[in-house]
Design a protein around this ligand. Structure first.
Ligand code: TXA
Ligand code: MG
Length: 360
């Protein structure tokens, strides 16, 4: 059966674009190097675009108080202007100038879950430019857990608007090299802090609705939020309704590799995947597995045995598959619902453009 498949090795393409890059790369491997962040912090403060690591994904940062800079963030990503940005802060108290009121629910989140992978939405203050909120009355705020992110924001002295640092539609970046690939020639600087721990974007919770409502599942789970806040409305795909999206970003094509992709959701996926491999005879097929396996008669990439590890690896592996010239990606997804698997399911379904087979 092995003859049916085309094998391919990792190519050297990665290294070609590194040479073309114009963004300054600043690598930080320990706290003793934090002074290297001053240059990036100064660039941010004066309105340049700087990408930086967070515990979720890399962010494309700009001074949130400078309207022109914020507009350049949208332009660099090719992001539709109706999709608002998250404002990142270094200290809990920095939230107060950005919002009308820190509600009791927000207070609980900032005391118990910040810093961490959760973003809340409150009514915005006049300080926040309309470009950040896409003209809306609410603002999303997040205090990242990643020390380099907070140190950079602290040294810049300004709140930092930052979407994920990928071109719109592409898988989010979880390594500095991903940012360089997408934006290296469009931004001033990339701070390289290694791989991101969570690998999927923060949970977004709207605290202006009653009960609070999860607009995007992420690293802080619904279970954690309900334990803290009481009733919380879980994430529902209906929020992505094109006509009245609660979180505009959720309606756009997202996280997509160049290949055709299909997800096999459930424990009994092997036979269905084998059928698809056969049906795509002659094409470059990659199977994403959830753990070590020798079983598929084509290229496989192990995303990891747990939903946590799979989440960390997903976007990196989708980019690897693209680089390798994959034409068809078939992904095992054997995880129980709940916890981080809710966020993983959300992202991988979107990566596959909704091509999902339920496999019991
Ligand atoms: O983990 C993260 O959140 C990363 C890192 C860099 O912090 N950032 C990130 O940003 O994922 P972005 O722009 O790729 O996604 C922000 C999401 C979008 O779906 C956007 O529509 C939503 O948050 N959002 C932002 N402000 C909002 C608001 N005022 N109301 C509703 N949704 C909002
Ligand atoms: Mg994004």
């Amino acid at each position: 059966m092995k003859k049916n498949c085309i094998f391919f090795k990792k190519s050297g393409i990665m290294y070609t674009w590194v040479n073309m890059m114009s963004a300054k790369m600043i690598k930080i491997t320990s706290k003793t190097e934090y002074d290297k962040l001053n240059e990036a912090a100064n660039l941010l403060a004066k309105g340049e675009l700087v990408a930086f690591p967070t515990e979720t994904v890399y962010g494309l940062g700009g001074n949130a108080l400078m309207e022109d800079t914020v507009k350049r963030i949208y332009a660099a990503k090719g992001r539709p202007s109706d999709n608002p940005l998250i404002v990142h802060i270094a200290e809990k108290e920095d939230v107060y100038p950005l919002v009308k009121e820190v509600t009791p629910a927000a207070q609980k989140i900032l005391e118990n879950l910040w810093p961490g992978p959760v973003t809340f939405i409150l009514e915005k203050s006049d300080l926040v430019p309309d470009a950040v909120t896409a003209g809306g009355k609410t603002v999303a705020v997040r205090m990242p857990e990643h020390e380099i992110a907070r140190e950079l924001i602290r040294r810049s002295g300004v709140p930092v608007a930052a979407p994920s640092a990928n071109l719109s539609g592409r898988p989010s970046p979880t390594k500095a090299s991903h940012v360089a690939e997408d934006l290296g020639e469009k931004i001033a600087c990339i701070v390289d802090g290694g791989s991101c721990r969570v690998g999927l974007e923060s949970t977004v919770i709207d605290l202006t609705s009653e009960p609070p409502r999860i607009l995007r599942p992420g690293g802080v789970t619904q279970e954690m939020l309900s334990a803290l806040l009481g009733e919380v409305e879980g994430y529902a795909p209906k929020d992505e309704d094109e006509n009245a999206p609660k979180s505009p970003g959720m309606k756009y094509k997202h996280y997509a590799p160049k290949a055709y992709m299909m997800v096999f959701d459930g424990g009994n996926c092997r036979n269905n995947i084998l059928k698809m491999v056969e049906a795509n005879f002659g094409k470059r097929i990659v199977v994403l597995t959830a753990g070590e396996t020798e079983d598929y008669p084509c290229e496989t990439i192990n995303c990891g045995e747990t939903a946590e590890i799979y989440s960390q690896n997903l976007f990196d592996i989708l980019r690897q598959a693209d680089e390798q010239g994959a034409e068809v990606i078939l992904a095992e997804l054997p995880f129980e619902k709940g916890g981080i698997a809710t966020a993983l399911r959300n992202r991988i379904y979107k990566s596959a453009g909704g091509n999902v087979m339920l496999c019991g």
